[in-house]
Design a protein around this ligand. Sequence first.
Ligand code: ASP
Length: 409
Amino acid sequence: MNLKNLLQKYLPFMILLSVIFGILAGFIFEESIGSAAWMGVIFMNALKMVIVPLIVSSLIMGMYRLGDVRKMGKTGVRTIFFYMTTMAIAVSIGLVLSNIIQPGEGIAETPSMSERKLPEGGYSFLNVILGIVPSNIFSAFTEGRILSIIFFSILFGGVLTTIGEKGKVLVDFFSGVEEVMIKIVFLILFVSPLGIFGLVAGQIANSGGVDNFLQDLWMIRFYVLNVVIGLLIHSLIVLPLLIRIFARRNPFTYLADLFPAVAVAFSTASSSATLPVTMDCATRSGKISRKTSGFVLPLGATINMDGTALYEAAAAMFIAQMAGIELDLTQQFIVFLTATLAAIGAAGIPEAGLVTMLLVLQAVNLPSEGIVFLLTVDWFLDRCRTAVNVWGDASVAAVIDHSMGSVKS
Ligand code: ASP
Protein backbone atom coordinates (compact mmCIF):
# COMPACT_ATOMS: atom_id res chain seq x y z
CA MET A 1 0.00 0.00 0.00
CA ASN A 2 1.49 3.36 -0.96
CA LEU A 3 1.79 6.38 1.30
CA LYS A 4 -1.25 8.08 -0.12
CA ASN A 5 -3.56 5.14 0.53
CA LEU A 6 -2.09 4.60 3.96
CA LEU A 7 -2.71 8.20 4.89
CA GLN A 8 -6.23 8.12 3.53
CA LYS A 9 -6.96 5.03 5.58
CA TYR A 10 -5.48 5.98 8.95
CA LEU A 11 -5.65 9.78 8.96
CA PRO A 12 -9.18 10.12 10.42
CA PHE A 13 -8.23 7.77 13.24
CA MET A 14 -4.99 9.63 13.98
CA ILE A 15 -6.82 12.95 13.96
CA LEU A 16 -9.41 11.64 16.40
CA LEU A 17 -6.64 10.48 18.70
CA SER A 18 -4.87 13.83 18.48
CA VAL A 19 -8.05 15.68 19.54
CA ILE A 20 -8.56 13.31 22.48
CA PHE A 21 -4.90 13.44 23.57
CA GLY A 22 -4.90 17.23 23.13
CA ILE A 23 -7.86 17.60 25.49
CA LEU A 24 -6.36 15.20 28.04
CA ALA A 25 -2.91 16.85 27.88
CA GLY A 26 -4.45 20.30 28.32
CA PHE A 27 -6.33 19.23 31.43
CA ILE A 28 -3.46 17.24 32.95
CA PHE A 29 -0.49 19.50 32.26
CA GLU A 30 -2.40 22.81 32.20
CA GLU A 31 -0.16 25.83 31.36
CA SER A 32 3.01 23.77 30.84
CA ILE A 33 1.53 22.10 27.74
CA GLY A 34 1.66 25.57 26.18
CA SER A 35 5.13 24.50 25.03
CA ALA A 36 3.43 22.23 22.47
CA ALA A 37 1.33 25.07 21.07
CA TRP A 38 3.94 25.95 18.43
CA MET A 39 2.98 22.85 16.46
CA GLY A 40 -0.52 24.21 16.22
CA VAL A 41 0.70 27.65 15.16
CA ILE A 42 2.76 26.21 12.31
CA PHE A 43 -0.17 24.04 11.21
CA MET A 44 -2.57 26.99 11.23
CA ASN A 45 -0.08 29.16 9.32
CA ALA A 46 0.44 26.44 6.73
CA LEU A 47 -3.31 26.22 6.14
CA LYS A 48 -3.64 29.99 5.85
CA MET A 49 -0.68 30.04 3.49
CA VAL A 50 -2.53 28.00 0.86
CA ILE A 51 -5.96 29.64 1.16
CA VAL A 52 -5.50 32.51 -1.32
CA PRO A 53 -3.75 30.63 -4.16
CA LEU A 54 -6.10 27.68 -3.66
CA ILE A 55 -9.27 29.77 -3.79
CA VAL A 56 -8.08 31.80 -6.76
CA SER A 57 -6.94 28.85 -8.86
CA SER A 58 -9.84 26.57 -8.03
CA LEU A 59 -12.47 29.26 -8.56
CA ILE A 60 -10.96 30.39 -11.85
CA MET A 61 -10.66 26.79 -13.03
CA GLY A 62 -14.12 25.98 -11.62
CA MET A 63 -15.61 28.80 -13.68
CA TYR A 64 -13.61 27.74 -16.70
CA ARG A 65 -14.78 24.14 -16.44
CA LEU A 66 -18.39 25.24 -16.12
CA GLY A 67 -17.85 26.91 -19.45
CA ASP A 68 -21.28 28.25 -20.09
CA VAL A 69 -22.03 31.28 -17.94
CA ARG A 70 -25.75 30.50 -18.01
CA LYS A 71 -25.08 27.15 -16.36
CA MET A 72 -23.07 29.01 -13.80
CA GLY A 73 -26.04 31.27 -13.06
CA LYS A 74 -28.27 28.28 -12.37
CA THR A 75 -25.67 26.63 -10.14
CA GLY A 76 -25.06 29.90 -8.32
CA VAL A 77 -28.74 30.48 -7.60
CA ARG A 78 -29.18 26.88 -6.46
CA THR A 79 -26.15 27.11 -4.17
CA ILE A 80 -27.33 30.35 -2.55
CA PHE A 81 -30.83 28.85 -2.16
CA PHE A 82 -29.52 25.82 -0.25
CA TYR A 83 -27.17 27.94 1.83
CA MET A 84 -29.98 30.27 2.88
CA THR A 85 -32.41 27.43 3.54
CA THR A 86 -30.02 25.46 5.74
CA MET A 87 -29.11 28.57 7.71
CA ALA A 88 -32.79 29.43 8.18
CA ILE A 89 -33.45 25.91 9.49
CA ALA A 90 -30.46 26.21 11.85
CA VAL A 91 -31.70 29.53 13.26
CA SER A 92 -35.18 28.07 13.75
CA ILE A 93 -33.73 25.13 15.69
CA GLY A 94 -31.83 27.61 17.89
CA LEU A 95 -34.98 29.64 18.56
CA VAL A 96 -37.28 26.70 19.22
CA LEU A 97 -34.82 25.00 21.58
CA SER A 98 -34.26 28.26 23.48
CA ASN A 99 -38.00 28.60 23.99
CA ILE A 100 -38.21 25.04 25.29
CA ILE A 101 -35.07 24.90 27.44
CA GLN A 102 -35.20 28.54 28.63
CA PRO A 103 -31.47 28.47 29.46
CA GLY A 104 -31.27 32.05 30.73
CA GLU A 105 -33.90 31.79 33.45
CA GLY A 106 -32.68 32.58 36.95
CA ILE A 107 -29.02 33.30 36.22
CA ALA A 108 -27.55 36.12 38.25
CA GLU A 109 -24.44 38.09 37.42
CA THR A 110 -21.33 37.23 39.38
CA PRO A 111 -18.50 39.67 40.15
CA SER A 112 -15.96 37.68 38.13
CA MET A 113 -18.14 38.03 35.04
CA SER A 114 -18.62 41.78 35.13
CA GLU A 115 -14.84 42.25 35.10
CA ARG A 116 -14.55 40.78 31.64
CA LYS A 117 -14.24 42.95 28.59
CA LEU A 118 -16.56 43.11 25.62
CA PRO A 119 -15.03 41.98 22.33
CA GLU A 120 -13.61 44.90 20.40
CA GLY A 121 -14.65 46.21 17.02
CA GLY A 122 -17.91 47.46 15.61
CA TYR A 123 -19.84 45.62 12.98
CA SER A 124 -21.88 46.72 10.06
CA PHE A 125 -23.49 44.53 7.47
CA LEU A 126 -23.15 47.34 4.95
CA ASN A 127 -19.35 47.19 5.30
CA VAL A 128 -19.43 43.51 4.39
CA ILE A 129 -21.44 44.28 1.24
CA LEU A 130 -19.23 47.24 0.34
CA GLY A 131 -16.14 45.09 0.81
CA ILE A 132 -17.17 42.63 -1.90
CA VAL A 133 -15.83 44.76 -4.76
CA PRO A 134 -12.20 45.51 -3.88
CA SER A 135 -10.68 48.85 -4.85
CA ASN A 136 -7.30 47.14 -4.98
CA ILE A 137 -7.23 43.43 -5.67
CA PHE A 138 -3.65 43.04 -4.47
CA SER A 139 -4.42 44.46 -1.06
CA ALA A 140 -7.45 42.14 -0.95
CA PHE A 141 -5.03 39.27 -1.58
CA THR A 142 -2.53 40.34 1.05
CA GLU A 143 -5.20 41.04 3.65
CA GLY A 144 -6.96 37.77 2.83
CA ARG A 145 -10.37 39.41 2.21
CA ILE A 146 -12.06 36.30 0.96
CA LEU A 147 -15.32 37.75 -0.39
CA SER A 148 -13.35 40.20 -2.56
CA ILE A 149 -11.07 37.43 -3.75
CA ILE A 150 -14.06 35.26 -4.63
CA PHE A 151 -15.70 38.10 -6.53
CA PHE A 152 -12.55 38.82 -8.52
CA SER A 153 -11.83 35.16 -9.28
CA ILE A 154 -15.39 34.46 -10.48
CA LEU A 155 -15.20 37.50 -12.73
CA PHE A 156 -11.76 36.54 -14.00
CA GLY A 157 -12.72 32.90 -14.66
CA GLY A 158 -16.00 33.92 -16.29
CA VAL A 159 -14.33 36.35 -18.68
CA LEU A 160 -11.54 33.86 -19.36
CA THR A 161 -14.10 31.53 -20.94
CA THR A 162 -14.96 34.21 -23.49
CA ILE A 163 -11.51 35.01 -24.93
CA GLY A 164 -10.83 31.67 -26.60
CA GLU A 165 -7.26 30.81 -27.67
CA LYS A 166 -5.77 33.93 -26.12
CA GLY A 167 -6.61 32.63 -22.68
CA LYS A 168 -4.93 29.26 -23.12
CA VAL A 169 -1.71 30.17 -21.37
CA LEU A 170 -3.70 31.43 -18.36
CA VAL A 171 -5.81 28.29 -18.23
CA ASP A 172 -2.66 26.16 -18.24
CA PHE A 173 -1.10 28.36 -15.60
CA PHE A 174 -4.04 28.29 -13.18
CA SER A 175 -4.67 24.59 -13.67
CA GLY A 176 -1.00 24.04 -12.77
CA VAL A 177 -1.32 26.24 -9.69
CA GLU A 178 -4.47 24.36 -8.67
CA GLU A 179 -2.74 21.02 -9.02
CA VAL A 180 0.26 22.16 -6.97
CA MET A 181 -1.94 23.60 -4.22
CA ILE A 182 -3.88 20.35 -3.96
CA LYS A 183 -0.60 18.48 -3.50
CA ILE A 184 0.59 20.95 -0.86
CA VAL A 185 -2.66 20.52 1.08
CA PHE A 186 -2.08 16.80 1.01
CA LEU A 187 1.37 17.31 2.51
CA ILE A 188 -0.03 19.57 5.22
CA LEU A 189 -2.64 16.94 6.05
CA PHE A 190 0.15 14.50 6.60
CA VAL A 191 1.34 16.42 9.67
CA SER A 192 -2.13 17.53 10.76
CA PRO A 193 -2.40 15.20 13.79
CA LEU A 194 0.57 16.99 15.40
CA GLY A 195 -0.86 20.41 14.55
CA ILE A 196 -4.29 19.50 15.86
CA PHE A 197 -2.78 18.18 19.09
CA GLY A 198 -0.89 21.48 19.56
CA LEU A 199 -3.96 23.61 18.88
CA VAL A 200 -6.32 21.71 21.16
CA ALA A 201 -3.86 21.29 24.05
CA GLY A 202 -2.73 24.94 23.80
CA GLN A 203 -6.32 26.21 23.87
CA ILE A 204 -7.31 24.13 26.88
CA ALA A 205 -4.17 25.23 28.71
CA ASN A 206 -4.98 28.88 27.97
CA SER A 207 -8.67 28.83 28.71
CA GLY A 208 -8.19 30.85 31.87
CA GLY A 209 -7.53 27.90 34.14
CA VAL A 210 -9.51 24.73 34.16
CA ASP A 211 -11.35 25.59 37.39
CA ASN A 212 -12.54 28.91 36.04
CA PHE A 213 -13.73 27.30 32.83
CA LEU A 214 -15.58 24.47 34.56
CA GLN A 215 -17.18 26.88 37.01
CA ASP A 216 -18.55 29.08 34.23
CA LEU A 217 -19.50 26.06 32.18
CA TRP A 218 -21.57 24.78 35.09
CA MET A 219 -23.30 28.07 35.67
CA ILE A 220 -24.44 28.48 32.09
CA ARG A 221 -24.69 24.76 31.41
CA PHE A 222 -28.21 25.01 30.02
CA TYR A 223 -27.09 27.56 27.45
CA VAL A 224 -24.14 25.38 26.42
CA LEU A 225 -26.45 22.34 26.26
CA ASN A 226 -28.96 24.34 24.25
CA VAL A 227 -26.35 25.22 21.62
CA VAL A 228 -24.74 21.77 21.56
CA ILE A 229 -28.07 19.91 21.27
CA GLY A 230 -29.13 22.30 18.50
CA LEU A 231 -25.88 21.72 16.63
CA LEU A 232 -26.25 17.96 16.98
CA ILE A 233 -29.83 18.01 15.67
CA HIS A 234 -28.78 20.12 12.72
CA SER A 235 -25.69 18.14 11.82
CA LEU A 236 -26.93 14.62 12.52
CA ILE A 237 -30.57 14.90 11.44
CA VAL A 238 -31.24 17.94 9.22
CA LEU A 239 -28.11 17.90 7.03
CA PRO A 240 -28.13 14.09 6.59
CA LEU A 241 -31.78 14.28 5.50
CA LEU A 242 -30.84 16.96 2.99
CA ILE A 243 -28.05 14.79 1.61
CA ARG A 244 -30.25 11.71 1.48
CA ILE A 245 -33.09 13.47 -0.31
CA PHE A 246 -31.25 15.86 -2.63
CA ALA A 247 -27.88 14.20 -3.17
CA ARG A 248 -29.19 10.63 -2.99
CA ARG A 249 -26.20 9.24 -1.17
CA ASN A 250 -25.46 7.84 2.27
CA PRO A 251 -24.94 10.91 4.49
CA PHE A 252 -23.00 9.08 7.18
CA THR A 253 -20.36 7.59 4.91
CA TYR A 254 -20.01 11.08 3.44
CA LEU A 255 -19.62 12.46 6.98
CA ALA A 256 -16.89 9.88 7.58
CA ASP A 257 -15.18 11.08 4.38
CA LEU A 258 -15.31 14.61 5.71
CA PHE A 259 -14.17 13.73 9.22
CA PRO A 260 -10.62 15.17 8.88
CA ALA A 261 -12.13 18.52 7.81
CA VAL A 262 -14.61 18.52 10.69
CA ALA A 263 -11.78 17.79 13.15
CA VAL A 264 -9.56 20.50 11.67
CA ALA A 265 -12.51 22.92 11.93
CA PHE A 266 -12.91 21.98 15.58
CA SER A 267 -9.23 22.51 16.33
CA THR A 268 -8.69 25.73 14.34
CA ALA A 269 -12.13 27.36 14.98
CA SER A 270 -11.85 28.81 11.49
CA SER A 271 -13.79 27.66 8.44
CA SER A 272 -11.49 29.67 6.18
CA ALA A 273 -8.35 28.00 7.52
CA THR A 274 -10.13 24.65 7.17
CA LEU A 275 -11.13 25.30 3.56
CA PRO A 276 -8.12 23.57 1.96
CA VAL A 277 -8.83 20.42 3.98
CA THR A 278 -12.58 20.60 3.27
CA MET A 279 -11.86 20.76 -0.47
CA ASP A 280 -9.40 17.91 -0.23
CA CYS A 281 -11.76 15.60 1.70
CA ALA A 282 -14.81 16.47 -0.40
CA THR A 283 -13.07 15.72 -3.68
CA ARG A 284 -10.64 12.94 -2.80
CA SER A 285 -12.70 10.89 -0.33
CA GLY A 286 -16.21 12.29 -0.92
CA LYS A 287 -15.89 12.10 -4.73
CA ILE A 288 -17.37 15.55 -5.28
CA SER A 289 -16.25 16.93 -8.64
CA ARG A 290 -13.64 19.69 -8.58
CA LYS A 291 -15.97 21.77 -10.68
CA THR A 292 -18.46 21.84 -7.81
CA SER A 293 -16.09 21.97 -4.88
CA GLY A 294 -14.04 24.77 -6.44
CA PHE A 295 -17.07 26.99 -6.56
CA VAL A 296 -19.39 25.89 -3.75
CA LEU A 297 -16.89 25.41 -0.91
CA PRO A 298 -14.94 28.73 -0.98
CA LEU A 299 -18.25 30.57 -1.14
CA GLY A 300 -19.63 28.46 1.70
CA ALA A 301 -16.61 29.03 3.92
CA THR A 302 -17.45 32.73 4.01
CA ILE A 303 -21.21 33.02 3.70
CA ASN A 304 -22.72 29.70 4.78
CA MET A 305 -22.51 29.26 8.52
CA ASP A 306 -25.22 26.99 9.87
CA GLY A 307 -23.54 26.53 13.24
CA THR A 308 -22.94 30.24 13.70
CA ALA A 309 -26.53 31.08 12.70
CA LEU A 310 -27.91 28.65 15.28
CA TYR A 311 -25.57 29.97 17.94
CA GLU A 312 -26.41 33.63 17.22
CA ALA A 313 -30.09 32.95 17.78
CA ALA A 314 -29.58 30.82 20.88
CA ALA A 315 -27.17 33.31 22.42
CA ALA A 316 -29.47 36.28 21.80
CA MET A 317 -32.39 34.40 23.38
CA PHE A 318 -30.19 33.46 26.32
CA ILE A 319 -29.15 37.07 26.91
CA ALA A 320 -32.79 38.21 26.69
CA GLN A 321 -33.95 35.58 29.17
CA MET A 322 -31.12 36.41 31.52
CA ALA A 323 -32.00 40.11 31.44
CA GLY A 324 -35.63 39.20 32.11
CA ILE A 325 -36.75 40.52 28.73
CA GLU A 326 -39.55 38.57 27.07
CA LEU A 327 -39.18 38.56 23.27
CA ASP A 328 -42.53 38.32 21.51
CA LEU A 329 -43.04 36.57 18.18
CA THR A 330 -42.27 39.65 16.09
CA GLN A 331 -39.04 40.24 17.99
CA GLN A 332 -38.11 36.60 17.61
CA PHE A 333 -38.69 36.99 13.89
CA ILE A 334 -36.27 39.94 13.91
CA VAL A 335 -33.78 37.70 15.74
CA PHE A 336 -34.37 35.09 13.03
CA LEU A 337 -33.54 37.56 10.24
CA THR A 338 -30.62 39.28 11.92
CA ALA A 339 -29.06 36.02 13.13
CA THR A 340 -29.03 34.80 9.54
CA LEU A 341 -27.46 38.07 8.36
CA ALA A 342 -24.95 38.02 11.21
CA ALA A 343 -23.91 34.50 10.24
CA ILE A 344 -23.50 35.47 6.58
CA GLY A 345 -21.49 38.50 7.59
CA ALA A 346 -19.23 36.65 10.03
CA ALA A 347 -15.80 35.95 8.59
CA GLY A 348 -14.58 32.36 8.77
CA ILE A 349 -12.18 33.15 11.59
CA PRO A 350 -12.21 32.39 15.32
CA GLU A 351 -14.81 34.27 17.39
CA ALA A 352 -16.17 36.21 14.40
CA GLY A 353 -19.69 35.19 15.36
CA LEU A 354 -19.33 36.75 18.79
CA VAL A 355 -18.66 40.15 17.24
CA THR A 356 -21.39 39.99 14.60
CA MET A 357 -23.85 39.04 17.34
CA LEU A 358 -23.90 42.71 18.33
CA LEU A 359 -26.04 43.21 15.22
CA VAL A 360 -28.67 40.79 16.57
CA LEU A 361 -28.61 42.31 20.05
CA GLN A 362 -28.94 45.85 18.70
CA ALA A 363 -31.85 44.90 16.46
CA VAL A 364 -34.01 43.86 19.41
CA ASN A 365 -32.54 46.29 21.94
CA LEU A 366 -30.82 43.73 24.11
CA PRO A 367 -27.92 44.79 26.35
CA SER A 368 -24.65 44.12 24.51
CA GLU A 369 -22.94 43.64 27.89
CA GLY A 370 -24.76 40.30 27.96
CA ILE A 371 -21.98 38.97 25.73
CA VAL A 372 -19.55 38.95 28.66
CA PHE A 373 -21.50 36.02 30.09
CA LEU A 374 -20.61 33.95 27.08
CA LEU A 375 -16.91 34.74 26.88
CA THR A 376 -15.27 32.02 28.94
CA VAL A 377 -17.05 29.19 27.22
CA ASP A 378 -17.13 30.73 23.76
CA TRP A 379 -13.82 29.27 22.58
CA PHE A 380 -15.42 25.84 23.06
CA LEU A 381 -18.73 26.67 21.37
CA ASP A 382 -16.81 28.43 18.58
CA ARG A 383 -15.09 25.17 17.77
CA CYS A 384 -18.34 23.21 17.80
CA ARG A 385 -20.15 25.69 15.57
CA THR A 386 -17.20 25.91 13.15
CA ALA A 387 -17.28 22.12 12.74
CA VAL A 388 -20.99 22.38 11.85
CA ASN A 389 -20.29 25.31 9.50
CA VAL A 390 -17.84 23.17 7.55
CA TRP A 391 -20.13 20.13 7.51
CA GLY A 392 -22.93 22.40 6.27
CA ASP A 393 -20.78 23.63 3.36
CA ALA A 394 -19.83 20.08 2.43
CA SER A 395 -23.47 18.93 2.60
CA VAL A 396 -24.59 21.61 0.16
CA ALA A 397 -21.62 20.75 -2.07
CA ALA A 398 -22.93 17.16 -2.25
CA VAL A 399 -26.40 18.39 -3.18
CA ILE A 400 -25.13 20.77 -5.86
CA ASP A 401 -22.77 18.16 -7.26
CA HIS A 402 -25.63 15.70 -7.60
CA SER A 403 -27.80 18.27 -9.35
CA MET A 404 -24.97 19.16 -11.75
CA GLY A 405 -24.51 15.47 -12.50
CA SER A 406 -28.18 15.13 -13.29
CA VAL A 407 -28.07 18.23 -15.49
CA LYS A 408 -25.27 16.61 -17.47
CA SER A 409 -26.96 13.25 -17.98
N1 ASP B 1 -15.31 30.61 13.87
C1 ASP B 1 -16.43 30.49 12.98
C2 ASP B 1 -15.97 30.01 11.64
O1 ASP B 1 -14.86 30.24 11.23
C3 ASP B 1 -17.18 31.77 12.85
C4 ASP B 1 -17.83 32.08 14.17
O2 ASP B 1 -17.19 32.72 15.01
O3 ASP B 1 -18.97 31.66 14.38
O4 ASP B 1 -16.70 29.38 10.93
